[in-house]
Design a protein around this ligand. Structure first.
Ligand code: GDP
Ligand code: FE
Ligand code: FE
Length: 197
């Protein structure tokens, strides 16, 4: 299946739409995630087109205003606790409603991979792992540990999910930031992978 078969739009039209809602830096990031997701899909025997499309769209809602996210939480009757969080959590979990409204994409697996791309889940599908990990290792990323994450991702998506989550949890704790409960659940579900060869 092509991008057009999921969205009714060619990649070119989709790129214009995505570019129009974000900064140039973020657009370069989503193009990087598209490519990284395609590469991970190829490597781990997943649908390359589907992974690329999910990667391209994963941060579509990142620059949506807080007031608009709060309105979407009401409009779609989402968990009211979401209102205690912020853009970091909203752009995935609430962002999928904006994506459906703006782009008319309805594939549930793609939407769920975007919904969970920041926080993960205890029961991630291959596509969810690909988007979660591609977001972390795409070629524009440059932070201590990213090269190790890239090497791990070649060998094992599960281990890469564990590595990324452990580092995110440690990073947030070091900055005295709150950690979303689902992020902790993801950490607990995957951390054992770091002790396996
Ligand atoms: P990005 O959208 O490409 O920047 O990457 P992500 O969607 O993975 O993460 C967005 C931001 O959310 C990053 O700054 C993460 O550190 C932060 N983040 C990830 N998980 C959590 C969490 O559980 N709680 C909080 N407060 N922030 C988180
Ligand atoms: Fe994101
Ligand atoms: Fe991202």
């Amino acid at each position: 299946m092509t991008y057009e078969s999921y969205t009714g739009m060619s990649r070119e039209v989709l790129l214009e739409k995505v570019q129009s809602v974000m900064s140039d830096k973020r657009f370069r990031h989503v193009l990087g995630v598209e490519r990284a997701a395609q590469e991970l899909a190829e490597l781990h025997n997943y649908d390359v087109e589907k992974a690329g499309l999910a990667g391209l769209l994963h941060d579509y809602a990142k620059e949506v205003a807080d007031a608009d996210f709060l309105a979407l939480i009401d409009k779609y009757d989402l968990d009211p606790d979401l209102k205690n969080w912020n853009n970091n959590i909203w752009h995935g979990v609430v962002g999928i409603y904006k994506i459906q409204e703006d782009l008319g994409i309805s594939d549930p697996e793609i939407l769920r991979s975007i919904e969970r791309h920041t926080i993960g889940a205890v029961d991630m599908t291959t596509l969810e792992k690909i988007v979660y990990v591609a977001d972390y290792i795409e070629h524009n990323r440059n932070f201590p540990g990213v090269d190790e994450a890239r090497v791990i991702a070649q060998a094992s998506l599960d281990k890469a999910v564990a590595y990324e989550t452990a580092h995110t949890v440690a990073f947030l704790a070091s900055k005295a930031q709150p950690i979303y409960p689902k992020t902790i659940e993801t950490y607990n579900a995957y951390v054992h992978c770091l002790h396996e060869d």
